[in-house]
Design a protein around this ligand. Sequence first.
Ligand code: SF4
Ligand code: SF4
Length: 377
Amino acid sequence: MHKIKRVERPTTRLDEAKIARTDERESGFNRALRGDFGSFAQKERKRFSRKHPLSGALVAMQANLIDIVDGIVADRKAPITDDPLLLARHIKETAYFLRADAVGICKLPPYAIYSHSAPSGDPIELDHKYAIAILVDQDSRTAAATSGHDWISNSMSFVAYSASGFIARILADYIRRLGFPARAHHALNYQVVIPPILLWSGMGEMSRMSECVVHPFLGPRFKASVVTTDLPLFCDRPIDFGLQDFCTKCKKCARECPSGALSDGDKIIRNGYQHWHTDIKKCTSFRVGNQKGASCGTCITVCPWTKPYTPFHRAVGALVRRSSLARSLAVRADDWFGYGKQDPGKKWWFDLEDIEGDGVLHVPQYERGLNNHQDSW
Ligand code: SF4
Ligand code: SF4
């Protein structure tokens, strides 16, 4: 990450004066639960997290720890350095020790704090100065084996949500024991919106997958938790690894999306953010209503940045980050080499559906090739 080009502002426009704080109740999954996307999506949303026995187990453990996010701050500050640079290094090393895959730090933007929480609708007040973003990989081996919308899809998300949340809870508790306020934010208990924090902390750029930030080494194949705190920390800067040019040329996620939710057109401005449009109703309805799998992450699976961290892919990544020509070639080569296709030899899970009240059934796998129609774009 130290070799990635740093810039003063995120590579997509943020008109900060115009960004209104978001109400968590307006997220796609909460709207599905409320019935905004129809009665079928509402019914399926209720069992969505537990459709596979493994995703059910992951969510059950997260639910047991849902409120472990904040606590008592030690009366005395620990006798440690007050140098923000050394403290930032120490906090990052601590997060890596706790098994994070990537960590970034930024000032907490006021517009990154939800206005109201879901489902309670309680107003949120949070006055911490800094945000620590903690990223955990969803697993490259499983990403190579899945269609993206089969029975492991939910579990890939939940394993990274669980692990990143576990790290955030411990890190926040550790900071409080050092004498500074800190709160963990995880998938079942966020008070902050994740994408702007990822942008400002140098953890990626906005992608064609709308609100999905892509990291230069993990691609979009991660989930993130956050710790907000007043511990004085040296902040990272946003990064530029050529993703805006790459996404303009690539469009593979839009081409392969089974619901047609992703745009193959130009960026738009919404709520002060410049980004590509996603049809949230189409995406959420497909994810919660998928009858041949549990959820969907096909866009993540096929993205050319979802590669294992091998010497070959690192070398190609270094070229692609530097050269627009290399990006044009890489977009083509990704299909020529068949990247993004399923590798059945790597499959390790059982295709099971948990029909609540009826036990676990064996169900057929949903296989996927690639829609290689890139020339028509
Ligand atoms: S999660 Fe699935 S349905 Fe939603 S945008 Fe990605 S590929 Fe499309
Ligand atoms: S699949 Fe291509 S267009 Fe979509 S996010 Fe990844 S690089 Fe960008």
